[in-house]
Design a protein around this ligand. Structure first.
Ligand code: BV8
Ligand code: ZN
Length: 249
């Protein structure tokens, strides 16, 4: 069935919706030129997560891990939000409440203008001391792994590494939004990383209408109420246009 037909089918549901959760992964930033993790040309294709995105890798070779994150920060700073990010911002003018729960660390939702963002896995733009957790304001020109001015500890990227707990306050807000929403959109995620990947299934278990937007099938696809197969930068603007045309009638 064509996307347009599926969107028409959604009309009756969308007209009852007040609170939307948009759960995003690396796929929402793919059209901004930010590589995803697990696609064939993705980040993990070259490096395995266990090699770099964990505390042991950092302790074993701080410089190497630090450079990898600085490289990724440079890539995202040169990227710009794409029509998918902006369509999610546009939803805020169509519904009472929109919560963006993102696994991404690239900051592109904020740069696009989304106002209620929950960064489950932290941010490439936040750094802190490994020892005393004091936030560290990185000077762009800095070379090598900085040290904490308070205690001399190593400065680490402010992302959640494998084996680390998610920030509990952020997780609580994400879980509460999922429980309270009327519509749950899962966009651009392979749905393999937990506990984040629990959220679409929690939404399903609570009877929320779950829509998946992804060019590929994932573990969620066969369970989702609606599957819009394709690129977020194309599908989300179409979804917004459908809602807008309904509202203008
Ligand atoms: C935890 C930040 C409790 C860093 C990331 C053994 C020991 C410890 C834990 C575990 C273990 N085994 C399993 C676990 C749990 C583990 C986990 O889930 N592992 C997986 C791989 C099996 N989780 C954890 O460790 C979490 N913590 O469990 O703590 C604990 C504590 C101690 C001991 C035990 C348990 C922490 C997980 C967070 C890890 N940090 N990132 C960094 O960025 O470097 S994860 C990383 O994966 C990113 O955050 C990313 O967002 C996330 C998920 O990936 P996706 O976003 O989905 O990206 P992906 O490339 O996979 O998919 C992209 C999708 O987009 C594809 O489907 C593609 O088709 C689609 N797409 C492509 N183009 C488009 C598109 N879609 C739309 N439009 C397009 N144009
Ligand atoms: Zn310190």
């Amino acid at each position: 069935m064509l996307i347009a037909d599926k969107l028409r089918e959604l009309r009756h549901i969308l007209s009852e919706v007040n609170h939307v959760v948009v759960f995003t992964g690396a796929g929402i930033s793919a059209e901004s030129g930010v590589p995803t993790f697990r696609s064939p040309d993705g980040i993990w294709a070259k490096f395995k997560p266990e090699e770099l995105a964990n505390i042991n890798a950092f302790m074993a070779n701080p410089q190497r891990v630090w450079e990898w994150y600085e490289h990724r920060r440079t890539v995202v700073d040169q990227a710009t939000p794409n029509p998918g990010h902006y369509a999610i911002v546009a939803l805020e003018s169509l519904f009472d409440r929109v919560d963006v729960i993102t696994q991404n660390v690239d900051g592109l939702h904020a740069r696009a203008g989304s106002r209620r963002i929950h960064e489950l896995h932290g941010s490439l733009h936040a750094h802190r001391c490994l020892e005393c957790s004091t936030p560290y304001d990185l000077a762009a020109t800095e070379e090598g792994v900085p040290h904490c001015p308070s205690c001399g500890g190593l400065i680490r990227p402010g992302v959640v590494w494998f084996g680390e707990d998610l920030p509990q306050d952020v997780w609580q807000r994400a879980e509460t939004s999922t429980r309270e929403c009327d519509l749950f959109l899962s966009v651009g995620t392979s749905t393999v990383v937990y506990p984040a990947a629990q959220l679409p299934f929690l939404a399903l278990s609570l009877g929320k209408h779950v829509i998946e937007v992804n060019p590929e099938a994932t573990d969620l696809t066969r369970h989702a109420d609606t599957v819009l197969q394709g690129a977020a930068g194309e599908i989300l603007p179409e979804l917004v246009a459908t809602i807008r045309s309904d509202r203008s009638k």
